[in-house]
Design a protein around this ligand. Structure first.
Ligand code: HMG
Ligand code: MG
Length: 308
């Protein structure tokens, strides 16, 4: 078996996690959470989104969050944006990394950003090339890369077409989202095989609704993927994907990768500190199995295992 020797974790909990939680987390706590994540060693953190607060109220104040966090050298702090207005806000706030998002499903696209798939791509073309000229890092998300909550399973061919469009307009990285977490390893394999995007630019973004997130990441690693999105404590979901649970938990992913001897740069005990903090704010029990195991009073035993 050949795995990548290093994996970049894209920590999406401050955006994908918190956007769908029942509790709206105040700006100050969001800042504190992100600072703890920065301390844990992530190289990319999705800080928030510049979207309509009428559509996603939990992300209101993302500009203040972006301004308030302590930015560490070498960390990519990214903001999710849906349109030109979001891009203007990104420039105003001197954001140097953005993520745009569309879907491989027409219905989901309409429900999520109130536009057709074609319109969403046309819309991105009005600012992505400019963002590249201005030196911004641009990620492109494709939701419903495996299935749509309204249309059912989606063909890999459709996803590949959208991926090519995003790549052609200048996206640096493409993230394939199993938005509703129904994928299984074989579906992941078929999704990645033959995709017209260099593997080093391709990320996987799995929600964990059916508990397949870790197995799906393993399948993606075997296909040569080395960028994995995940969410501390398994927070979140998508407000426009009924039934979708949180992203695969970062603690579980790190545990898997450490077991495979893959380097991530993330300190699991520091990540745990961030997760404990945000679960406390949300008054919520973690959905991460690894986090639960590490939190019990055997924590020191587990730590000594990792320090070996
Ligand atoms: P619309 O209603 O068609 O837009 O929504 P509009 O242009 O008519 O504007 C409506 C209002 O929103 C106006 O305000 C605009 O100014 C404002 P009003 O005049 O009514 O007071 N507005 C904005 N405000 C702040 N920032 C902006 C912005 N744009 C317009 N950028 C729109 C269209 C795209 C705005 C809306 O549908 C929207 O904000 N959608 C966001 C949905 C979202 O954030 N979903 C979750 C993220 S995607 C996800 O989770 C999936 C992912 O994780 C991958 C996966 O798991 O698959 C990435
Ligand atoms: Mg997501």
């Amino acid at each position: 078996m050949i795995y990548p020797s290093k994996v970049k974790i894209v920590e999406v909990s401050p955006r994908d996690g918190l956007q769908a939680e029942k509790v709206t987390v105040p700006v100050a706590s969001r800042i504190q959470f992100i600072n703890l994540l920065s301390d844990a060693g992530f190289k990319t953190i999705e800080v928030g989104s510049f979207v309509s607060p009428k559509w996603v109220p939990n992300m209101e104040g993302s500009d203040k969050v972006y301004q308030g966090i302590t930015k560490k050298e070498g960390i990519n702090y990214s903001i999710l944006i849906p349109n030109f207005k979001g891009y203007e806000a990104a420039l105003e706030n001197k954001v140097d990394s953005i993520a745009v998002f569309t879907a491989a499903s027409e219905t989901f696209c309409q429900k999520n950003i109130n536009s057709s798939l074609k319109e969403s791509l046309e819309n991105f073309k009005t600012f992505v090339p400019d963002a590249k000229k201005n030196g911004l890092w641009v990620r492109g998300y494709i939701s419903c890369a495996i299935a749509c909550p309204y249309e059912g399973f989606i063909s890999p061919k459709k996803v590949h077409e959208v991926a090519l469009e995003l790549l052609s307009m200048g996206c640096d990285e493409i993230s394939l989202g199993d938005t509703i977490g129904v994928g299984t390893p074989l579906k992941v394999k078929h999704l990645i095989k033959g995709i017209p995007v260099p593997l080093e630019k391709l990320a996987v973004h799995f929600h964990d609704t059916y508990g397949q997130g870790i197995a799906n990441i393993y399948a993606a690693l075997l296909e040569g993927i080395s960028i994995v999105d995940s969410s501390a404590s398994g927070l979140g979901g998508c407000p426009y994907a009924p039934g979708a649970s949180g992203n695969v938990a970062t603690e579980d992913v790190i545990y898997l990768l450490q077991g495979l001897g893959i380097e991530t740069g993330v300190d699991l005990s520091k990540l745990l500190k961030a997760s404990l903090f945000i679960d406390d704010v949300l008054k919520k029990e973690t959905s991460s199995k690894a986090s639960k195991a590490l939190r019990i009073d055997k924590i020191n035993l587990h730590r000594s295992y990792f320090e070996k």
